[in-house]
Design a protein around this ligand. Structure first.
Ligand SMILES: [Zn+2]
Length: 77
């Protein structure tokens, strides 16, 4: 069975579905038995979801910045 440390080391690959079938099985088995790691994986998953939303937010910000700059240019010309 995996140790908690090994599970943490593999967690991002697990969430990105980069593990082999056998490795995934080992992670799953550990998660069934270990409440702490279940919580850890859950948090990882949440923060990944947040990270995935970030670029969109940044783009929206860039868009409004570009719009503001365009307006400034219009005012000055
Ligand atoms: Zn554990």
């Amino acid at each position: 069975m995996l140790s908690c440390k090994e599970l943490v080391a593999r967690s991002s690959d697990f969430l990105d579905k980069q593990l082999s079938f056998r490795q995934r099985l080992a992670v799953r088995r550990h998660l069934l038995a270990c409440k702490n790691c279940r919580r850890f994986i859950k948090q990882m998953r949440l923060s990944q979801a947040v990270l995935r939303q970030l670029p969109q937010g940044q783009n929206a910000e860039l868009d409004s910045l570009a719009a503001k700059l365009a307006e400034l240019r219009r005012q000055h010309s």
